[in-house]
Ligand binder design. Structure first.
Ligand code: FES
Ligand SMILES: [Fe+2]
Length: 407
């Protein structure tokens, strides 16, 4: 099961094919983005909201607010918990903890997925301890009740001790699960509806363009952080800090301006130019500009995921509250690679990608976010301000506010 407090390598290089930049987005979309980014960079600016956004600090530290988020967002909303690739074979399973809910997701023989509360129907033990694997049955360690991968209770030792029990009614409790575009979504409450098409809306096409279904997981890690889960998402939603905080890492190849932002229902995406954008494209006629190599696309998937497209690969992050404490969260990171057999030369490249992600976010963004969390707890101020240039943050927090108000 998941451990906290450490960065842990939970994956091995795996099967993978990923779309080239050419294929990932359609030409009309890239042309539109190219024109917009070119105009912004030429004017030495970035896309701006009409006004600044005032964000209450209490949303990050108040236990009552955290409780509402848990009940309304992290119990009722579809949450990305795995890739389809991680559950490719019949019997493949993964366990996941979502702020107190332990679930196990299993690939069925007919190719569908099922998910269950990872809780024994005898006296309530966790049934599956491993984070992932392949199994035909799951045996609870306490008294060896045996469940099938379909959740059915298959065997009870000394069954005569449970004379009135109907085994058919003692299977693992099912949870709603669905997959789309190579990603797996879970709703951690039994009986909740799960309609991914209406939930994703316009984000569905944006995710399809990432072509994650064709990719594999090069590496997956999870780790605990002492910060509110929203600060993890906030990290990825503005470029303003890039030339200031990341001078030695991503600041070397990413612009601090020129980004464009698109709201997609309760989700959004944010397109950021690389430093190569202007040098490569400034003398190219607009209809001949190919921006694929000179941008990255940051998809924010409501409520808690960020799926980042970077030319030849995708990385994605999720953050969930942890332990019912607004000051803690569990972060999960997947790096998808495009090759089935990772050659030595390719391995160097993917290890380097992984190192860049870790060095930047773990060593630079999250320590900063931890100081924010402490500052929020210290009562210095009751609100912070998102600048007109931090438009991705406006949209994220507005979407959260609307979802909590509507529930
Ligand atoms: S608690 Fe699982 S078999 Fe007893
Ligand atoms: Fe950053």
């Amino acid at each position: 099961m998941e451990r906290s407090g450490v960065w842990r390598d939970g994956g091995m290089p795996r099967t993978a094919r990923l779309a080239s930049g050419e294929a990932a987005m359609d030409a009309a979309t890239k042309r539109r983005w190219g024109d917009q980014m070119f105009a912004l960079l030429a004017a030495n600016t970035t896309q701006m909201a009409d006004r600044e956004y005032v964000q209450p600090v209490a949303d990050y530290v108040d236990p009552g607010h955290a409780g509402r988020e848990r009940d309304l967002l992290f119990r009722r909303t579809p949450l990305i918990v795995a890739t389809s690739d991680e559950l490719s074979e019949p019997g493949a399973f993964r366990t996941v903890d979502i702020d107190g809910i332990s679930a196990v997701i299993v690939r069925q023989d007919d190719g569908s997925l099922r998910a269950f509360h990872n809780v024994c129907r005898h006296r309530g033990c966790r049934v599956v301890d491993a984070e992932c694997g392949t199994a035909r049955t799951f045996t609870c360690k306490f008294h060896s009740w045996v469940y099938g991968g379909d959740g059915a209770l298959r065997y009870v030792p000394m069954v005569e001790a449970f004379a009135g029990m109907d085994r058919a009614e003692r299977g693992l409790v099912p949870l709603p699960v669905a997959e789309r575009h190579g990603l797996v979504w879970l709703v951690p409450t039994a009986g909740q509806p799960l309609d991914l098409d209406s939930f994703l809306g316009p984000m569905s096409d944006a995710l399809a363009a990432m072509r994650i279904a064709e990719a594999g997981v090069f590496r997956f890690e999870h780790f605990a952080e002492n910060l509110n889960w929203k600060l993890v998402v906030d990290t990825f939603l503005e470029l303003y800090h890039v030339p200031h905080l990341h001078t030695k890492t991503v600041g070397r190849y990413l612009e601090g301006r020129g980004a464009i932002h698109e709201q997609l229902g309760c989700h959004s995406r944010f397109i950021a130019p690389r430093k190569s954008f202007m040098p490569a494209l400034k003398d190219v006629p607009p209809d001949q500009r190919d921006i694929s190599d000179h941008m990255l696309v940051i998809n924010r998937v409501f409520p808690n995921a960020v799926v980042i497209w970077q030319r030849d690969h995708v990385e994605f992050w999720t953050a969930t509250p942890d332990g019912g404490d607004p000051n803690r969260c569990m972060v999960r990171l997947w790096l998808l690679s495009p090759t089935k057999v990772v050659s030595e030369a390719d391995r160097v490249k993917w290890e380097k990608n992984w190192t860049i992600v870790k060095d930047t976010v773990r060593d630079e963004d999250f320590p900063m976010a931890c100081t924010i969390q402490k500052g929020f707890s210290g009562g210095a101020q009751d609100h912070v301000v998102f600048g007109r240039n931090e438009i991705g943050l406006h949209d994220f927090h507005r979407a959260l506010k609307e979802a909590l108000a509507a529930a």
